[in-house]
Design a protein around this ligand. Sequence first.
Ligand SMILES: *Cc1c(COP(=O)(O)O)cnc(C)c1O
Length: 359
Amino acid sequence: MKRKLNFYPGPSTLPLSVLEELRDTLVEYHGEGLSLLEASHRGGIYEKVHTDAVSLIRELLEVPAEFSILFLGGGATLQFAMVPLNLLSGGKSCDFVVSGSWAKKALEDAQKIGTVNILYDGASEKYSNLPDTVTCSAKASYLNITSNETIDGVQWPSLPDSGNVPLVVDMSSDIMSRRFSFGNVGVVYAGAQKNLGPAGVTVVIIRKDIVDSSPAELPAYLSYAVHAKQNSLYNTPPSFSIYALKLVLEYIKREGGLKNIEKLATKKSSLIYDAIDSSGGFYKCKVSKGKRSKMNVVFNLPTEDLEKQFLKEAAGQDMLGLPGHRSVGGCRASLYNAVPVEWAETLASFMREFASKNG
Ligand SMILES: *Cc1c(COP(=O)(O)O)cnc(C)c1O
């Protein structure tokens, strides 16, 4: 097979070595006489996969002992509801930075459950910027941010200082792409299908005292306390997705961990941003320079017709997934961990050629 250059925003490209290992172990899992797809989630074969995946997350992200690591279903979208149900019920209030399309979705769910103070709303600037600092409300139970806006191409350069208000961070599209401190973090969550593996599992990293304060009256699946108490085995977890996630984490470790991964992310995104910035205005990125995403590079061409032409020619050269999100149009290159540097180089030189032919 000739692999295409996959710039899809999610589900997105996986390391070839991971796909090959999934293939090699699909029908029979390591001499066990059955596939992991067929194995009980209460049996020893799966148990080791589960435990290893949790340990690898703890090791790679340096998660402190006072945090639980959970594997849940429902995508990051379920967390838009679970976070406020667990942290905001009973007349509490929280703060929000509305940095883009995903933060807005999280906001809409939180507003159904409690009081939300909006500290910053980027809508009037078409989500092209972020605040440099934040000042939380005195009584906020938490501050909700989206570390990387997958659709709008805006990324926090580092997590903001929220004082003694715990941060709730949607890291769906940049988890495992850089190091960060858990200093004032309360909850981190991420759907796996951008940077961690295939769709089906969502990783939630949550401070144990927050788990302990989950309201007892919540339906079981919606309670962090229920999942934490049962080590994410309250019900059947998405076991095969967790297996694939484990293989991706092993790949990240082999690649030198986050220290190297973050260097690669800078290198790949710089290649594309350089192609944009050196095009004499042919390509434009609306995002304020210090807030540009290293995961999802969004850009426009001078006209929609040229954008169509660009996307068509790129597809003709086996470059997939470059159209911007249907809600915003334009173009977007998603450069997650499993995208090799060579793909970014190929795209950057294609962009330069296209600009010189059509500029
Ligand atoms: C993709 C994405 C989501 C939604 O994830 P699902 O797993 O599809 O629910 C939420 N937040 C961000 C930042 C995303 O990129």
